[in-house]
Structures are given as structure tokens and as C-alpha cells.
Design a binder for this molecule. Structure first.
Ligand code: SAM
Length: 161
């Protein structure tokens, strides 16, 4: 992915933020859950990478930026039902024209009882295309920590208009 600065929204215990930092990105990572961020900080320290971790609601904070890249695994697909408008406003604040956003979201072609929230292609296009040009859509299967199921997902790469 081109760029140097990355914002991860909903970083959980930091697995992806740490991998991005290892790859040379300057990473800011936020999650609502204090315990998750404390675990992420410990993991980052052990991995020897420096990450700017924040705790709080990303839709209500000044996160700095604009960032070259925004990444989320499993946030857009959940928050869209509760606060799509706040989420889009936040994305507008933390990006500039040309910034990229990669979201990994549950895929409505295969809803499952215990899987992630899902979104259809029509839904994500109508919700995201006003602010972002969709560059690439791929299907993949999530790997979950909690069980062996592999829910179908969308990987949606976008560029801020
Ligand atoms: C499905 S989990 C995914 C965690 C991590 N990205 C992963 O792939 O393992 C979604 C995460 O987003 C966080 N989250 C949800 N809404 C958020 C918000 N408004 N601001 C910050 N974090 C949020 C949750 O606390 C949770 O850790």
C-alpha cells in the first residue's frame, strides 16, 4: 500500500497494527476497549515496535492526520447499523483526497448465525462511494480466534475522492 502513515480503527489487541508497524508504517491505532489497548501495548513492546495507541470512540476524538492509509478489520460492518453518519464524518476528518482506506467486512452472500455482521455489495457501494472511489473488491475468508469457522468477507480498497 503506498504511503507512510496508517490509522487503524478498532485495533483490538493490536495484531494488525503491529504487523503494519513491522512493515515500516508509522501507525496510530485506536480502540474503545481499554483492556484491549493495554494488551496491544504489551504486545507492541515485546515486538519492539513503536505505535501511537489511543483509547476511545474514534467517531468522537481528534485522531490527528490526515493519514495516508486507514485500515479496519471488523469495524465498518458493525458500526454502520449504529452510527454510519458519525463513522463517515470521522473518515472524512482523518483522510485527504488520495488517502486509501482498506476495510475488511462480513459478506452478506453467506450470513451465519455466529459470524460477523454482514454487508451486501449494493449496501457498501451506496454507503461508501459518495466519499471514496472503490479501487478493488475481493472476497476472502476471515480467520477467527474463537473457533474454526471461516466466514466469508469483503476486502474493500478505496481512495478518498
Ligand atoms: C470485530 S472487533 C475487531 C478487532 C480487531 N480489528 C481484529 O481484527 O481482531 C471490532 C473492534 O472495534 C472496536 N470498536 C468498535 N467501535 C469502535 C469505535 N467507535 N471506536 C474505536 N473502536 C471501536 C471494538 O472495541 C473492537 O475491538
Amino acid at each position: 500500500m503506498p504511503g507512510k502513515t496508517v490509522l487503524e480503527i478498532g485495533c483490538g489487541t493490536g495484531t494488525n497494527a503491529i504487523e503494519l508497524a513491522r512493515r515500516g508504517y508509522q501507525v496510530t491505532a485506536i480502540d474503545l476497549v481499554d483492556l484491549a489497548v493495554r494488551r496491544a501495548k504489551d504486545k507492541a513492546q515485546r515486538a519492539g515496535v513503536d505505535i501511537d495507541f489511543r483509547v476511545g470512540d474514534a467517531t468522537r476524538m481528534d485522531l490527528g492526520g490526515p493519514f495516508d492509509v486507514v485500515f479496519d478489520r471488523g469495524v465498518y460492518h458493525g458500526i454502520r447499523a449504529r452510527n454510519l453518519s458519525g463513522f463517515r464524518k470521522m473518515l472524512k476528518r482523518v483522510t485527504r483526497p488520495g488517502s486509501r482506506w482498506l476495510t475488511l467486512a462480513g459478506n452478506a452472500k453467506e450470513p451465519t448465525a455466529n459470524g460477523p455482521p454482514v454487508v451486501s455489495e449494493d449496501e457498501f457501494r451506496s454507503e461508501l462511494e459518495p466519499l471514496f472511489k472503490i479501487l478493488e473488491v475481493r472476497e476472502f475468508r476471515f480467520t477467527l480466534d474463537r473457533d474454526d469457522s471461516r466466514p466469508l468477507g469483503w476486502s474493500i480498497l478505496m481512495e478518498r475522492r
